[in-house]
Design a protein around this ligand. Structure first.
Ligand SMILES: Cc1cc2nc3c(=O)[nH]c(=O)nc-3n(C[C@H](O)[C@H](O)[C@H](O)COP(=O)(O)O)c2cc1C
Length: 201
């Protein structure tokens, strides 16, 4: 599918806090993507200029969203990706609003398949890096399940995951060297999976 070019790995930074814990994990992951010969495309959700889904369901009739904003660029980058990696903190048990807004705007991808009979998307690998401060009983589950739901709609296989509990202040993640190394390994794994996907198609 990628015709001999470097596989493009869309790396979505899901926190509203720039260079916080999840984004630093993503940076470590991007190193791994590069080591595997992948071409990272880093997308910062909070800077993508995306309005919330209005629930108008026009996409169920047309396959397209009525809102003209930054989502057009995000969709192009999703469509061009050979793999997708999301890095997110946990906010009130799930992903932060800036990432959830992006997720909700993926409804046209669901509508095309489930309302309009388009073929299902070609499979590609993906991963989630998720950080939480901890101290509450709700864990990672909602953030993980929400992302799995999005990956299912995009045809992304949930191939790897890293959960880190404890980092809270920006930069706390630097005290978790093992997890940073694991993030780099995940980048390598996903980069290689995207490459072999390209050569097998
Ligand atoms: C609005 C808000 C809600 C949060 N909710 C939770 C939560 O439900 N559970 C949790 O463990 N940590 C929660 N946290 C802590 C963050 O997960 C933690 O600070 C994390 O390291 C932030 O990652 P970031 O630097 O990538 O933004 C919350 C933080 C904020 C600002």
């Amino acid at each position: 599918m990628n015709g001999g070019r470097a596989p493009r790995i869309l790396c979505i930074a899901g926190s509203p806090r720039r260079r916080g814990n999840s984004e630093r994990l993503l940076e470590a992951c991007v190193e791994g993507v590069r080591e595997a010969g992948g071409e990272p495309d880093v997308l910062v959700a909070s800077e993508a200029g995306i309005q919330p889904c209005r629930g108008c369901n026009t996409c169920s009739r047309t396959g397209e969203c009525v809102i003209a904003d930054g989502m057009a660029d995000v969709s192009r980058r999703i469509d061009a990706a050979d793999a997708i990696i999301v890095a997110s903190p946990v906010y009130f048990a799930t992903v932060p609003a800036v990432l959830k807004v992006l997720y909700d705007r993926l409804q046209p991808y669901w509508a095309r398949v489930h309302r309009l009979g388009y073929p299902r998307p070609v499979r590609r690998p993906g991963a989630l890096l998720v950080v939480r401060g901890g101290g509450d009983p709700f864990g990672f589950r909602a953030a993980v399940d929400t992302t799995k739901s999005v990956f299912a709609v995009l045809g992304v296989d949930y191939a790897a995951e890293l959960r880190v509990e404890g980092p809270d202040a920006a930069g706390d993640i630097l005290g978790y060297p093992t997890e940073l190394v694991r993030a780099t390994e995940i980048g390598t794994v996903i980069g290689e999976a995207a490459r072999s996907r390209g050569s097998s198609e």
